[in-house]
Design a protein around this ligand. Structure first.
Ligand SMILES: *[C@@H]1O[C@H](CO)[C@@H](O)[C@H](O)[C@H]1NC(C)=O
Ligand SMILES: *[C@@H]1O[C@H](CO)[C@@H](O)[C@H](O)[C@H]1NC(C)=O
Ligand SMILES: *[C@@H]1O[C@H](CO)[C@@H](O)[C@H](O)[C@H]1NC(C)=O
Ligand SMILES: *[C@@H]1O[C@H](CO)[C@@H](O)[C@H](O)[C@H]1NC(C)=O
Ligand SMILES: *[C@@H]1O[C@H](CO)[C@@H](O)[C@H](O)[C@H]1NC(C)=O
Ligand SMILES: *[C@@H]1O[C@H](CO)[C@@H](O)[C@H](O)[C@H]1NC(C)=O
Length: 630
């Protein structure tokens, strides 16, 4: 039996890729589905199931691993689409099935709000439940005490809702932005103290053992009370007040400039690469890359520090040269804009997305049709990502990227890409990328920043390029998004545009569970070893223009252009962003997040919830669908 030989479907999938035996494998995979139970997974959460019931795709078949990855993403997507609810009754039923709890109090009002704001995907907010789950093990009064005490903590802004108003004075642009967002929905919320991180980097990193303990309690305590109360409890104690001196030690400590993985590994499973000294880079890469071509097969895995930490530990600025990084091991309720896989911060849609900052906001007036865009890969940025000194900058992620795309630097180097042989099969081949980089890459720093004692050591290293307005950037078909000090605020706009986004990151954001690699964007490894394979696949390489020196005997690589595939992903991404990454979606997410938070800090949380079966909105749902544009 196949299952016994390969042990797991993933191994079997890799075998298929390696063998290039797509058709046979796909047929066999149909068998798997009958023997294994499928659970509906949210795109992006990392499940990477084998394609089955595989419908003919809409792009040319040429057995490239990327083709299989796109087909797999398509298949995942179709499953996701099929599971999507169109009425309140389904949403409620799915909520109970997924979470083992009633929806929170006020859920019906939230649903009406979401519908009136033309929500499309109304039932997948997995990130919220995942972020809050461990807090179910902490008594509600304890969470309130922590949040109250954090109101005046270092690197935290306090935002307080009392009697359906935001009553705190915001301090700084982040607190101001979140306060305004919350003001718009405060009438639906119970009293609460929110502790918002004001630093760029995430703050909470409980140990693996602690989190496992919390999750066990959470699972054991899950209940669906028979007659839930659809109303938050008023007048609970331990909320912040100026005269309240009760304080909890948040136990912050700084890990700035220290090897992050030394701390992070304690938040990783004991058998993970991060806690296993003997594992090699090759063994680690097998866990998230295709064996042929080295493309990202599991995007969540590629940014999971417990997996990639040993590889990236000294190759990403956040992990060894962070400018500020103040964390705690206590499970504190801190709301943050981003985190890495080992953190327990509660994610909310980043404040940057609520601002109308022209550096980050997409304006459809300034976009171009695909055919008018240039065949080029564009990136601009400053030298952020970590404190730079003369002998560490070569290991920072942005610097590595700018280096790898620099034709002069790559002049004497070769990289491995996938090229077609005489039978049009893809095989790894050495490639000298300098000419390709010259023709198709437009990458560079706009200024140096964050160096000690100053940035003069860069004098002969970079040629600074002119910054490009957002509007100008969309001239390029291919837009790269890599981390800075933390997550990158451009990513939403890249999705909204008609260009194709390539993403390498270690950070997680609110929207990750709605974005599916190879369907909505092209995932790139944080070491960029796949950069030239990706770009030669999309742009193509002409074999009669040998890329090797002119006296080379063997012909250069030959790869047909996959412009169409690039355009397909760019289009899917844009259409999805118009449905699921709208301004309204930020608000809908925040609203549900705060309802859930409101319940988790409520002393009666076990008996609170929406009691009905959703049928009372049947008429609304019908009339909504009659008027809905969808
Ligand atoms: C678990 O549930 C019991 C019974 O409802 C409750 O008394 C207890 O406080 C709960 N524990 C936590 C950590 O919420
Ligand atoms: C704090 O105490 C002062 C002096 O007793 C009082 O005037 C004020 O109303 C109190 N503030 C709050 C929020 O309770
Ligand atoms: C690493 O390998 C050595 C020798 O094979 C073994 O003794 C040791 O226990 C291994 N360490 C870990 C963490 O697996
Ligand atoms: C993908 O990676 C995530 C994070 O490391 C892991 O939890 C998940 O099991 C992986 N999926 C597969 C199918 O290997
Ligand atoms: C590319 O590398 C060369 C040689 O190190 C350097 O002189 C040049 O400024 C670099 N170009 C960019 C855009 O940074
Ligand atoms: C490939 O390069 C040759 C020589 O420069 C040129 O004649 C030919 O048109 C090119 N083919 C494509 C498809 O670009």
């Amino acid at each position: 039996m196949l299952v016994n030989i390969f042990g797991s479907r993933r191994q079997y999938f890799y075998f298929c890729l390696a063998a290039g035996a797509t058709i046979t494998c796909l047929l066999n995979l149909a068998l798997f589905t009958n023997i294994e139970k499928h659970t509906i997974q949210i795109p992006g959460l990392g499940e990477f199931l084998i394609p089955y019931n595989h419908a003919p795709g809409h792009y040319a078949k040429d057995n490239h691993p990327i083709q299989l990855l796109m087909e797999e993403a398509d298949h995942q997507w179709q499953k996701y689409e099929r599971s999507h609810s169109t009425n309140f009754r389904d949403v409620v039923a799915k909520y109970r099935k997924t979470n083992g709890r009633h929806p929170p109090p006020g859920f019906k009002e939230w649903y009406l709000f979401a519908r009136k704001n033309k929500v499309y995907d109304v039932d997948n907010f997995q990130q919220i439940y995942d972020d809050l789950r461990p807090f179910w093990a902490i008594p509600p009064a304890e969470i309130r005490k922590m949040a109250a005490s954090l109101q005046e903590s270092k690197g935290i802004a306090g935002i307080r809702v009392r009697d359906h108003q935001v009553v705190s004075d915001p301090n700084g642009w982040r607190a101001e932005t979140l306060s305004h967002s919350i003001e718009r929905i405060a009438k639906y919320l119970p009293d609460m103290d929110i502790a918002m991180n004001t630093l760029d980097q995430p703050r909470v990193m409980a140990t693996y053992e602690d989190i496992q303990g919390y999750l066990k309690i959470e699972a054991r305590n899950k209940t669906m009370f028979e007659f839930p109360v659809d109303k938050f409890t008023p007048d609970m104690g331990y909320l912040y007040s100026e005269n309240n001196s009760a304080s909890i030690d948040p136990a912050w400590f700084s890990v700035a400039g220290k090897p992050y993985m030394e701390f992070a590994q304690e938040s990783c499973p004991p058998n993970s690469p991060a806690r296993n000294d003997n594992i090699t880079t090759e063994e680690i890469e097998k866990l998230y890359k295709t064996p042929v071509g080295g493309f990202i097969a599991n995007f969540t895995g590629s940014s999971d520090l417990c997996t990639v930490g040993p590889v990236l530990g000294d190759q990403h600025g956040f992990l060894f040269s962070a400018s500020s990084n103040i964390i705690t091991r206590k499970l504190l309720p801190v709301f943050g804009e981003c985190k890495v896989s080992v953190n327990n911060d509660i994610l909310f849609p980043a404040n940057m997305y609520f601002l109308k900052d022209p550096r980050y906001v997409f304006n459809p007036r300034h976009d171009y049709s695909w055919d008018y865009k240039d065949d080029s890969l564009l990136w601009r940025g400053v030298t952020s990502g970590g404190i730079q000194v003369e002998d560490n900058w070569q290991r920072l992620h942005r610097q590595r990227f700018v280096h790898m795309t620099n034709a002069t630097e790559m002049n004497s180097q070769s990289v491995s890409i996938l090229s077609q042989d005489m039978e049009h099969r893809y095989q790894p081949m050495d490639f000298q990328p300098a000419e390709f980089a010259t023709s198709y890459f437009d990458v560079g720093f706009t200024e140096a920043w964050g160096c000690i004692p100053d940035c003069s050591f860069y004098n002969n290293v970079w040629t600074y390029k002119k910054p490009k307005d957002f509007s100008e950037q969309f001239r390029a078909k291919y837009l790269v998004d890599i981390d800075g000090h933390s997550f990158s605020g451009r990513w939403r706009a890249f999705h909204q545009s008609k260009s194709l986004g390539l993403k390498a990151t270690i950070f997680r954001e609110w929207h990750d569970s709605r974005l599916l690699a190879w369907r909505h964007f092209v995932p790139m490894d944080n070491m960029y070893g796949d950069l030239y394979s990706l770009m030669t696949y999309f742009i193509g390489v002409n074999s009669s223009q040998p890329n090797a020196p002119h006296d080379a005997i063997s012909p250069g690589p030959s790869i047909p252009s996959h412009d169409f595939e690039a355009r397909v992903i760019a289009t899917q991404s844009r259409e999805w962003a118009q449905l699921a990454l709208r301004d309204e979606d930020l608000e809908i997410y925040l609203y549900l997040l705060l309802l859930e938070y409101g319940r988790i800090i409520d002393d009666n949380r076990d008996v609170l919830g929406y009691a009905g079966d959703g049928s009372e909105l049947a008429e609304f749902d019908v009339s909504y669908q009659l008027t809905s544009p969808l």
